[in-house]
Design a protein around this ligand. Structure first.
Ligand SMILES: *Cc1c(COP(=O)(O)O)cnc(C)c1O
Length: 454
């Protein structure tokens, strides 16, 4: 019994089903109906002794799971900063699956090694970051932050002649970590996993926009890692890089920037918002959010290429590779060729297409904010980017409107808490989102505000 009964027909069937799914995106509820979710129970079978035909496996998945998916690849998903997938990136991913390359190094896959190098150069070019930086294509901003922060720690300790690889942390000179009061939870996770205790983090106070206030910046020295942020998750705002980074560099600190989505503003007409970010030591950003590539695709970028390459090295006698092979720049050893859809997205957009996509979302966000303000909503942020932070007249009304919008199946967005009170967060990051989608969202929210009163 071989599981590959008629591979050609099976993959053609998968493509047919995938296309049908994409076709249905405009019509399906953005969040699945309760019934579809309950239907997933049908898949909850004991592990069988005998496998079932692959064709049947696919049918089960499509019939049962497709209706229970969230339409985050559609045009009216405004939750988190999710992004859809660009056609070129999705198509490239299909080829990546057929190639099934172990994209560790040149020896494993010359093609991937070369293309990911090119993708790395393009990313640095698009984001205006130092051209000799190392670019590791990892699974997520979380994983890439972990990689960058381990490079940071190892480098700071090496400056004090401490051999981190040999002697580890016990007895090592202490490193202070300064983070913003609105630091993203995944930066904290990376720090926690690396052994920087949460109680020892030094918190930099932020202003009303969620940006570090330079006047209240804690003391920095040459044993400090300063974590800054490009794109605060609620407001979309940026730490004042132009002021903070030169100060940190003068003190000898390592500056890391979490730019999971916001760093892409560098490629837009609003690049001035992110001025000075290029002076940092390391950056993380996602492909799977604003660049609209598939999961899992993110980048660890490090000015000192050797610092990342030594921290992440995984050469063994049986598996040596160049210093800058992807397995030596990321947490993964065997890895998916995740730089390929990123290359494909950048190749298909070009500098101008990328700028237009980002500009478009920023413009749509600001238009949406205007419509909502005019309808009596409080827009709590300045809407400099693609995030719109909203509150209705009362906390109850804010929550009830969000729940009603979610239940409508027409849109989806999530809650947040801003300055201690409930709000909701509208995020525009799908290449599919048209001005008509924005109008639909605004009209729905305006209607719900009239209908739902306390
Ligand atoms: C999403 C996000 C992250 C984490 O990115 P993942 O790719 O999901 O790990 C980090 N920082 C910010 C600001 C984010 O929006």
């Amino acid at each position: 019994m071989t599981p590959h009964n008629d591979e050609t027909a099976l993959l053609a069937d998968a493509d047919r089903r995938a296309l049908k799914y994409l076709d249905s995106l405009p019509r399906r509820p953005v969040f699945p109906a309760q019934q579809a979710i309950a239907g997933l129970k049908a898949l909850d079978q004991p592990f069988r002794e005998q496998g079932i035909a692959a064709k049947e496996v696919l049918r089960l998945l499509d019939d049962i799971a497709s209706p229970a998916t969230v339409s985050s690849n559609g045009s009216r998903y405004f939750g988190f900063v999710i992004g859809a997938t660009l056609p070129a990136a999705a198509a490239a991913e299909r080829l990546v699956l057929a190639w099934d390359q172990c994209a560790s190094s040149f020896d494993n896959s010359p093609a991937i090694d070369r293309i990911e190098r090119i993708a790395g150069h393009w990313v640095l070019d698009a984001l205006g970051l130092p051209r000799n930086s190392a670019v590791g294509f990892g699974t997520s901003a979380t994983a890439c932050t972990l990689a960058c922060l381990s490079a940071a720690r190892r480098s700071l300790l090496a400056r004090k002649d401490w051999d981190f690889d040999g002697d580890g942390l016990i007895g090592a000179p202490e490193i202070r970590v300064v983070v913003s009061a609105s630091v993203h939870i995944t930066v904290k996770k990376a720090l926690r996993v690396l052994g920087f205790g949460m109680n020892r983090l030094v918190i930099a106070p932020v202003d009303e926009h969620g940006r570090i206030d330079p006047l209240q910046l804690p003391a920095l020295d040459d044993m400090t890692i300063l974590c800054l942020q490009a794109g605060e998750v609620n407001t979309g705002e940026f730490d004042p890089f132009g002021t903070l980074i030169p100060k940190a560099k003068a003190a000898g600190a390592w500056v890391h920037v979490d730019g999971a989505f916001g760093l892409w503003a560098r490629a837009s007409s609003s690049a001035e918002l992110v001025e000075g970010v290029e002076l940092a030591d390391s950056w993380t950003t996602d492909g799977h959010k604003w660049l609209n590539t598939p999961y899992d695709g993110a980048m660890a970028i490090c000015r000192d290429a050797d610092a990342l390459a030594t921290a992440m090295n995984s050469d063994a006698a049986y598996a040596t590779a160049s210093k800058d092979a992807q397995k030596n720049l990321t947490l993964e050893f065997s890895r998916r060729a995740r730089g390929i859809p990123i290359w494909a997205a950048l190749a298909s957009l070009g500098r101008e297409g990328l700028r237009q996509m980002i500009d478009n979302h920023i413009r749509q966000a600001s238009h949406l904010a205007e419509c909502l303000r005019a309808a009596g909503y409080q827009v709590l942020n300045r809407v400099v980017l693609n995030q719109v932070l909203v509150r209705a007249d009362t906390d109850q009304q804010t929550t009830a409107i969000r729940l009603a919008a979610q239940a409508s199946g027409q849109v989806w967005f999530g809650p947040t808490v801003w300055q201690g009170r409930p709000a909701f967060r509208l995020s525009i990051s799908s290449w599919r989102t048209t001005d008509a989608d924005i109008k639909l969202l605004a009209d729905l929210l305006i209607r719900l505000k009239q209908e739902i009163t306390d």
